[in-house]
Design a protein around this ligand. Structure first.
Ligand SMILES: Cc1cc2nc3c(=O)[nH]c(=O)nc-3n(C[C@H](O)[C@H](O)[C@H](O)COP(=O)(O)OP(=O)(O)OC[C@H]3O[C@@H](n4cnc5c(N)ncnc54)[C@H](O)[C@@H]3O)c2cc1C
Length: 136
């Protein structure tokens, strides 16, 4: 094919999630450029990241790992949404596919691992440390 692309413009198959995606955030542009450049020079590395972005909106720090399909299951797994500090996990097809942090930076490393390891959704709902509370 001979076409290499990175960043906002690139749509590709992400084998980690088994789906085609196109992302508009900074980390993806950077990481994808590194892999695309390597492949252009002869590597044959699939680009299979757990997407990550953060954004500071006034006094709110939002961090997001993974993907957030509209039909995903959603659970608050840390904190509480009314007090403005919480983390949510997203599940699809029985696996954790996304983790969203809202002013809860420290805990996000643990939640990222759930996405990275494609943790079964049942483990999220059954882990007392995650203090699950279903969102309606
Ligand atoms: C308002 C705003 C806020 C954002 N906030 C966040 C955030 O908080 N966190 C986050 O992770 N991401 C954020 N993003 C997204 C992030 O900026 C982009 O995902 C990232 O910059 C994509 O990098 P890129 O290199 O793919 O594209 P770009 O950064 O858009 O670079 C493309 C470059 O190509 C140049 N170009 C276009 N056409 C041509 C041409 N024909 N010839 C030569 N050059 C050309 C453009 O001038 C540009 O410099 C934000 C974006 C916007 C617009």
């Amino acid at each position: 094919m001979g076409v290499y692309a990175a960043g906002d413009v690139a749509s590709w198959h992400n084998p980690h999630f088994g789906t085609r995606m196109r992302l508009e955030h900074r980390m993806n542009a950077t990481e994808q450029a590194i892999v695309a450049a390597g492949n252009l020079l002869g590597d044959a590395v699939p680009f299979a990241p757990v997407p990550y972005f953060w954004t500071d909106q006034y006094d709110i720090k939002i961090q997001a790992y993974g993907i957030f399909p509209p039909d995903a299951d959603l659970r608050i797994v840390q904190g509480d949404s009314p007090d403005g500090h919480f983390a949510a996990a997203y599940g699809r097809h029985g696996r954790v596919v996304g983790a969203l942090g809202w002013n809860i930076a420290r805990q996000m490393r643990t939640l990222r691992r759930l996405v990275l390891e494609r943790t079964p959704w049942t483990a999220v709902t059954a882990t007392p440390a995650l203090r699950p509370a279903t969102v309606n």
